[in-house]
Design a protein around this ligand. Structure first.
Ligand code: 6MZ
Length: 362
C-alpha cells in the first residue's frame, strides 16, 4: 500500500460529488439539519453505511446533491477533492461532474461550472495546472525539481482536466446544453464528455445526438457501459466507438470481442463494482482477463468518498488480488498516460514525471 501511495498515478474516472470527504459531507448535512432542511441523524446513517446496492447508491447521490449543490459548496468540494488526490500522488486527474441547474438559487449549468473552476483556482496547498494554454503554469510545474530526497517534502503537483457528465435522467436538449457548455469551456480545461447516472434510467438514443455532436466537435467521450445487463445498449455504445468506457461489468462474448477489436480502454473500478454487487468478488473481476489479453486498462476510484477508497487502495487491491509486483503495478499506472484526454504535451510531461520517480528510487 505504501508503495502504491508513493508512486505517481493517473486517475481518469472520478465523480466530483462521489469523491467528497465524509467529514465535509457530515459538516454540510449538520448545517442543513440545524436549519431544519433535513434530519441529520437520517443523513448520517446513510452516509456512514458501507455496503449499498446500485439503486441505493443513486438514492445516496440525490441526498449528497441536496447538501452540496450551491456555488460556494461546489467550489469547496472541488478544492478538497483535488487536494486529496494530489496528497496520494495522483499527478493527473480527469475530474467529472454533472453541471446542474437550480433556479431557486440562481444556478445554471454554466454558473455551476464556474464554481468548479473557482475551486481549481483557489487551491494553494498544491501546485495545480488545469488550463491547456497556461504555458506559465505548465512550464513552472514541469521545471520544479522531482525531489524524493531524504528530509525534503516536495510540493505536490497535479494536472487536472474536466469532463462534463450527462446524467441519464436528462433530455436530449439538456444533454446538448452540456455539450455546448463543454465546448465553451475548453480554455479552462474541459476535455470531454461522460455519460453516467442510474444505468436503468434513460435510453441510449436520447443521448446519442448530443454525444455525436460532441465527437464531431473534437471532445473526447467516455461512457458508463455495461453497468447492468443491457446487451443492446452495450452493442450500440461500442458501435459509437467512444475513446474510453467505464466499468464493462456485464459484457458478453460478442461485447468483449468488439471492445478488443476496437481497442477501447476500460476504466476499472474494483471497489465500486464489488460494493454495488456488479461483480461478486475481486478474484472473478474481468480485469484479470483483460490484463492477460494486454487490453488497455486504467485503475480508478469512481467515487472515493462514497466507496471509502483511494487510487492507491485500488492499485493495492489489484496487486494483492492478482499477484502483481511493484514493476507490473508501476507499468500499469504509467500505461494509463496513453489514455488521458489532455494534449500530447501533457503526456510527455507525465511520462517524465513517472520516469523521474524510478530514477530517484535507484
Ligand atoms: C453511474 C455514477 C456512478 O456528477 O454530481 N455517478 N453514475 N455509475 C456510477 N457508479 C456507481 N457514480 C457516480 O457526481 C455524482 C454523479 O455521478 C454519477 C451519478 O450521476 C451521480 O449523481 P456529480 O459530480
Amino acid at each position: 500500500m505504501e508503495w502504491c501511495e508513493s508512486m505517481p498515478k493517473v486517475e481518469l474516472h472520478a465523480h466530483l460529488n462521489g469523491s467528497i470527504r465524509d467529514s465535509t459531507l457530515l459538516e454540510l448535512a449538520r448545517e442543513l439539519g440545524e436549519k431544519g432542511v433535513l434530519v441529520f441523524s437520517d443523513f448520517e446513517h446513510v452516509i456512514l453505511k458501507s455496503d449499498r446496492s446500485l439503486v441505493e447508491v443513486f438514492k445516496l447521490f440525490d441526498l449528497i446533491h441536496m447538501v452540496t449543490t450551491d456555488h460556494t459548496t461546489i467550489t469547496r468540494i472541488t478544492r478538497e477533492v483535488i487536494e486529496d488526490f494530489a496528497s496520494e500522488n495522483v499527478v493527473y486527474l480527469e475530474l467529472r461532474t454533472t453541471p446542474k441547474k437550480n433556479k431557486s438559487i440562481g444556478m445554471t449549468k454554466r454558473s455551476y461550472m464556474e464554481a468548479v473552476v473557482e475551486g481549481l483556482k483557489s487551491i494553494s496547498s498544491v501546485d495545480v495546472a488545469f488550463m491547456p494554454h497556461d504555458v506559465d503554469a505548465r512550464s513552472s510545474l514541469n521545471s520544479l525539481p522531482i525531489d524524493n530526497a531524504r528530509n525534503v517534502t516536495p510540493r505536490k503537483r497535479i494536472y487536472v482536466r474536466l469532463l462534463l457528465s450527462i446524467d441519464r435522467r436528462e433530455t436530449t436538449e439538456d444533454a446538448m446544453e452540456t455539450v455546448k457548455l463543454a465546448l465553451e469551456l475548453k480554455d479552462v480545461g474541459v476535455v470531454g464528455i461522460d455519460l453516467s447516472g442510474n444505468p436503468i434510467v434513460g435510453e441510449w438514443t436520447t443521448f446519442l445526438p448530443a454525444l455525436q455532436f460532441a465527437k464531431e466537435n473534437g471532445l473526447d467521450i467516455t461512457l458508463h457501459c455495461g453497468e447492468v445487463p443491457n446487451p443492446k445498449e452495450i452493442q450500440a455504445m461500442l458501435e459509437f466507438w467512444p475513446q474510453r468506457v467505464g466499468h464493462a461489468c456485464f459484457f458478453q462474448g460478442e461485447d468483449w470481442e468488439k471492445l478488443k477489436r476496437l481497442n477501447v480502454p476500460v476504466e476499472i473500478c474494483f471497489t465500486s463494482n464489488i460494493r454495488t454487487n456488479s461483480v461478486s468478488s475481486i478474484d472473478v473481476h474481468h480485469f484479470a482477463d483483460l490484463y492477460k489479453a494486454n487490453h488497455p486498462l486504467v485503475i480508478c476510484t469512481d467515487d472515493s468518498g462514497v466507496f471509502s477508497t483511494s487510487v492507491s487502495k485500488e492499485y493495492s487491491l489489484a496487486a494483492s488480488a492478482f499477484g502483481l509486483g511493484k514493476k507490473e503495478i508501476f507499468q500499469l499506472a504509467r500505461d494509463a498516460i496513453e489514455f488521458i484526454f489532455a494534449e500530447d504535451e501533457v503526456k510527455t510531461i507525465l511520462k517524465q514525471m513517472f520516469d523521474s520517480f524510478v530514477t530517484n528510487l535507484a
